[in-house]
Design a binder for this molecule. Structure first.
Ligand code: ADE
Length: 350
């Protein structure tokens, strides 16, 4: 049954060839190989453009291109029409690339004989993002790379095979434990096999809870902005720590949406016993970790995390936890923006 969810059309470049042999390529200047000529490519593109009534986004697979990624695929899937130009042997005339190609993309550091297989790869990866192509929408979301974390291992029957047993938790029927195990395994694999992926991964779903606290000295922080940022990153209502009782009272009136407390200890009492505290500093300081390293530690921890910001960062000395910095140099960033940058670094997807 054809549901016509996606349409893929092939165009034979030979239809735009010259002479009896419908020639589309010619010898490369300065070397012996064959190169697909620019005028023929342009005619083919013009024919496609007039047929669909709009210029397609032009992709040229080549080993010289940017390395393909899920982000590239996602961006391509947002285009109304994509034309993929398959070169052969020495490729296509560079002037066509300059004038008409929107994206030159490589599928990996290996050389194929032509662009057909890369084109199939691109079509396949794009198509599974179209609703209805893959059975369950959830599967697409949970698959490898969807959030920048590798997939967990999967098993099926028989439960025992060649002396190897399926991990016990998977046959326990305990949904919560199973999903915790899957997340932990996915993280473990990512950290050991592809640690470089962590920089672009969204780790929110791999943490059991995210909390934000601001140690305030005055009531002058833009708490509406802070609250909105926390909501956007699924970090709940922010905690405000104010030592001074009068400041606390005024804040309670000004910011009913915040959870106002007198000390960090009061917050920790409400969190899991093993909650990880991350003190986020605007600038590099002694013993502070690069935010990427702190992100890796959060991911490894997997439990609840409390991100703490302070108007006066000397307050950080007063309690335990790791310290992370956002920038090497001193920067004057308003508190709400600093929280936005930090949450995006830790929880946002690159
Ligand atoms: N054409 C030939 N090799 C290629 C590669 N590695 N990626 C994309 N297109 C290609």
């Amino acid at each position: 049954m054809s549901r016509e969810i996606i349409g893929v059309k092939t165009v034979d470049l030979r239809n735009f060839g010259r002479g009896n042999y419908r020639q589309i390529d010619d010898y490369a200047f300065g070397s012996g190989g064959m190169v697909i000529a620019a005028p023929q490519l342009k005619e083919a593109l013009e024919a496609v453009t007039s047929e669909i009534g709009a210029r397609p986004y032009v992709v040229y697979p080549s080993p010289q291109g940017a390395l393909i990624s899920q982000e590239i695929i996602e961006s391509l899937s947002k285009q109304e029409n994509v034309a993929i130009i398959c070169g052969h042997y020495e490729g296509i005339d560079e002037r066509f690339v300059e004038k008409y190609v929107d994206l030159e993309v490589s599928i990996g550091d290996c050389v194929l004989t032509g662009g057909e297989i890369p084109a199939m790869l691109i079509v396949d990866a794009m198509s599974r993002l179209v609703p209805g192509v893959v059975g369950k929408g959830k599967a697409v979301i949970e698959d490898s790379f969807y959030r920048g974390i590798l997939d967990n291992p999967n098993y099926t029957r028989p439960a025992m095979w060649e002396g190897l047993e399926v991990p016990e938790v998977l046959t326990s029927g305990n949904e919560k434990e199973i999903s915790r195990w899957r997340r932990r395994e996915a993280v473990r694999r990512t950290l050991t096999r592809r640690p470089e992926l962590v920089s672009r991964a969204s780790v929110r779903e791999y943490l059991s809870g995210v909390n934000v606290a601001v140690i305030a000295e005055t009531e002058n922080i833009n708490l509406a902005g802070v609250s909105e940022t926390c909501r956007a990153y699924d970090a709940g209502r922010p905690y405000i720590v104010a030592n001074d009782r009068e400041v606390r009272e005024r804040m309670k009136e000004l910011y009913p949406e915040a959870k106002i407390v007198g000390s960090v200890r009061k917050i920790l009492e409400r969190l899991d016993d093993d909650a990880l505290t991350v003190k986020v500093s605007g600038t590099s300081r002694k013993n502070a970790l690069h935010s990427l390293e702190a992100k890796r530690i959060c991911l490894e921890h997997g439990g609840e995390v409390l991100f703490i910001f302070a108007e006066n960062e000397e307050d950080f000395e007063n309690f335990a936890g790791i310290t992370s910095y956002l920038y090497d140099e001193e920067s004057e960033i308003p508190m709400s923006m600093k929280i936005g940058i930090a949450l995006d670094r830790f929880l946002g997807k690159r």
